[in-house]
Design a protein around this ligand. Structure first.
Ligand code: FES
Length: 284
């Protein structure tokens, strides 16, 4: 355990990787600029990051191919080859979603993500070479390469798990936010701008208040669900707020995600104005 922990710390400290990370993440950001592309790859349409779902397919296919190699005998060769090809095919969308997610990270997560991507890309190359050997009838070296690929996929998976579970990448940063169920005063009505937003506080949490065209007041969590960006510093346009960190756009009246990378909506609260004060409570 300690050795793995030390290895992770060493990878997180690989500053020379930053030289390559920056131009690649810039190129990825340019490629995912259209909202449809961004929302599709981020899982905004799914309400959940897309990458973890997609990676299960090539990992499963390659794992099954190894099983056929071991217990399938001669008849298992064809099945193993088909599974390797299926894994290679489905690794493409898995890599695309991973790149999209990774492009929003900063060091040390970007360094771990770069090594994760390198391990999985190398694994894909090994599976491709394995497939070529198998087509030529060279089954034994083909098996050796695919098993080496599977070992690399395992290492890459460990790094991916580290990013999510140890570094909280792509988890919903509003998951534990809650406010009282009783009406609670958070600001004076006069503080609330007509066209902007106001960051108030309730029970230790930041709340983003705004006024709609009809004059109705709205309240959503001010901490971005994507990676915790401060929505109070974001720009308000057309009833939405844009996160200043990675550009997620949320509707101010109900917290719905309009544009990723966020995939979870902002928590929205009941809000009203009583006796010149803005009051909020959790939605019942
Ligand atoms: S923190 Fe990433 S879009 Fe808000």
């Amino acid at each position: 355990m300690t050795a793995l922990h030390d290895a992770m710390q060493r990878i997180e400290g690989l500053a020379p990787l930053d030289r390559f990370v920056s131009p690649v993440s810039d190129a990825v950001h340019r490629a995912v600029q259209p909202t449809t592309v961004r929302n599709t790859l981020s899982g905004t349409w799914l309400g959940h990051p897309f990458h973890p779902m997609l990676v299960a397919v090539p990992i499963g296919a390659w794992g099954m191919s190894a099983l056929f190699d071991i217990v399938g005998g001669k008849q298992g060769n064809r099945a193993a080859g088909t599974l390797i090809a299926a894994g290679l095919f489905t690794a493409v969308p898995a890599a695309a979603t991973g790149l999209n997610d990774w492009a929003d990270t900063k060091a040390p997560e970007s360094r771990v993500g770069a090594v994760h991507a390198a391990a999985n890309s190398s694994a894909s190359m090994l599976f491709l070479a394995s497939l070529a050997l198998r087509f030529r009838g060279r089954i034994v070296p083909g098996k050796a390469l695919s098993w080496a690929g599977l070992a690399l996929v395992g290492g890459g998976g460990y790094l991916g798990g580290h990013l999510t579970y140890a570094r909280a990448m792509n988890v919903n940063h509003t998951a534990w936010l809650d406010i009282p169920s009783e009406w609670t005063r958070v600001a004076g009505e006069a503080q609330l701008p007509e066209d902007g937003t106001l960051t108030a506080h309730c029970d230790g949490q930041s709340i983003l208040l705004s006024r709609g065209r009809s004059g109705r007041v709205s309240a959503i969590a001010a901490t971005c669900s994507h990676m915790g960006g401060p929505l109070g510093e974001g720009e308000r346009t057309a009833g939405c707020v844009t996160c200043p960190w990675h550009g997620s756009v949320f509707r101010l009246d109900d917290g719905t995600v309009v544009r990723g990378p966020a995939s979870s909506p902002q928590p929205a609260y009941d809000a009203r104005i009583v006796d010149g004060a803005v009051e909020i409570r959790s939605v019942r």
